[in-house]
Design a binder for this molecule. Structure first.
Ligand code: ARG
Length: 397
């Protein structure tokens, strides 16, 4: 067991402090995403539906090799790397409210699991095929939770994922309709239940931003607010109205260091929401055009070319980029950063790149306030401790 003066077993307050321990996803057993009300996967550049069931062995091997490569790079920098447990994704999921023919994969722990301070949060998830995606991470969660009493573990309420949770017409809306509705933030999930994917969150010390999206609705954000604000955080909903299929914030708005965010030039943040950054002296720097054109992306990839900016920070001055994204690498080295590279394009068809495929467990640093002009910072660890006495700052939170 760790003693109280050591860093807790789980400790990550932002996206950039020096990284000490991380989970890297695995493609083992991955399946194609099935069609369901919250997802209409189509072969890129066509109307053809995806194949069904397990992905071919060679495709899995190519992705796994790149994931192993990332793990080796991180280990060579002294970072502890963990991997998810095996899971049979080819099994159907059947609950009293829905059935789906198979599950997806454990390539993107970021989508499911979040470390916020000394707590782990398992997201509700928004798609049926991902209902049980926390399972491959549970042995790790138990390990952290058992090794250190300061680790808090929270499982967000599971939505039914029944037909009433979805708005299936969403997929049929013509582009003009999407444009007309872009400020409404109504997507394929309705507002009746608490729904969020972990990857719609981004951590900036005492401030957490959460993107309203196809995978995170307003009750989802409200749940995060009511969970996190008594623990000393400020939670801010954010919107990127020009992204008509928003899901997961890490190809859109990527904090790299205190005062510095990498932004997507095609997806500016909503006007009033930019102010929080500019008024606190933050710089928003636009990512350069990705190297791949849309038609060069893998045919089974549902994500945009902006996977280019899905980087993993090892510290405020060290960042891992995809090997062929030279313009971004040059931008970052020009800003004085050390840029490490790995090949990762065979992972793209599993929906993510370097940030998605990882889940940071432990970084240096603590609960800093990087937005002092906002004011109204709730007390840290303000929830009552044992016996109703407020816990001391940093204890058990
Ligand atoms: N929806 C994003 C895009 O296409 C991809 C986000 C991937 N992120 C993730 N955590 N899986 O730009």
């Amino acid at each position: 067991m760790t003693t109280s003066d050591e860093t807790p077993a789980v400790n990550a307050w932002n996206e950039w402090d020096p990284l000490r321990e991380v989970v890297v996803g695995s493609a083992a057993g991955a399946c194609y995403e099935p069609v369901e009300p919250g997802n209409r996967p189509r072969v890129r550049g066509s109307d053809r539906p995806f194949p069904t069931g397990p992905k071919p062995r060679e495709r899995i091997a190519r992705a796994e090799e790149e994931l192993d490569g990332l793990a080796a790079l991180l280990e060579s920098r002294g970072i502890v790397v963990r991997r998810p447990a095996e899971h049979d994704f080819s099994r159907p999921v059947s609950t009293p409210r829905f059935e789906v023919a198979n599950q997806y994969c454990a390539v993107c722990p970021r989508d499911v699991m979040a470390t916020v301070g000394n707590g782990i949060i398992e997201a509700t998830m928004s798609r049926r095929a991902r209902f049980f995606e926390y399972e491959p991470y549970r042995p790790l969660v138990y390990g952290y939770w058992e090794s250190d009493p300061r680790v808090e573990w929270t499982v967000a309420p599971k939505p039914t994922m029944g037909p009433e949770m979805y708005r299936e017409e969403f997929w049929e809306w013509p582009l003009e309709e999407r444009y007309r509705r872009m400020h409404e933030s109504e997507f394929c999930v309705t507002q009746d239940q608490v729904v969020f994917d972990a990857a719609d969150m981004s951590r900036l010390g005492r401030d957490i931003i959460v993107q309203e999206s196809m995978t995170t609705n307003r009750p989802g954000i409200r749940w995060l607010k009511r969970h996190l604000e008594p623990r000393g955080f400020r939670v801010h909903p954010v919107h990127f109205p020009l992204d008509h299929f928003p899901s997961h914030i890490d190809c859109t708005f990527v904090p790299l260091a205190p005062g510095l965010v990498l932004t997507n030039p095609e997806r500016p943040i909503r006007d009033g929401e930019r102010r929080m950054f500019t008024e606190n002296g933050w710089k928003l720097v636009e990512a350069p055009q990705p190297v791949l054109a849309d038609e060069q992306m893998p045919e089974y990839c549902q994500s945009s070319i902006w996977l280019s900016m899905n980087v993993l920070s090892l510290s405020p001055t060290t960042v891992v980029c995809e090997e062929r994204e030279r313009p971004l690498q040059e931008l970052l080295s020009g800003m004085g950063m050390e840029v490490l590279t790995v090949p990762f394009r065979n992972v793209f068809e599993y929906g993510g790149s370097l940030h998605c495929a990882t889940w940071d467990i432990r970084r240096d640093g603590g609960p800093e306030d990087y937005f002092p002009e906002l004011g109204g910072l709730p007390e840290l660890g303000g929830l009552p401790g044992p016996g109703g006495v407020p816990a001391p700052a940093g204890a058990g939170r």
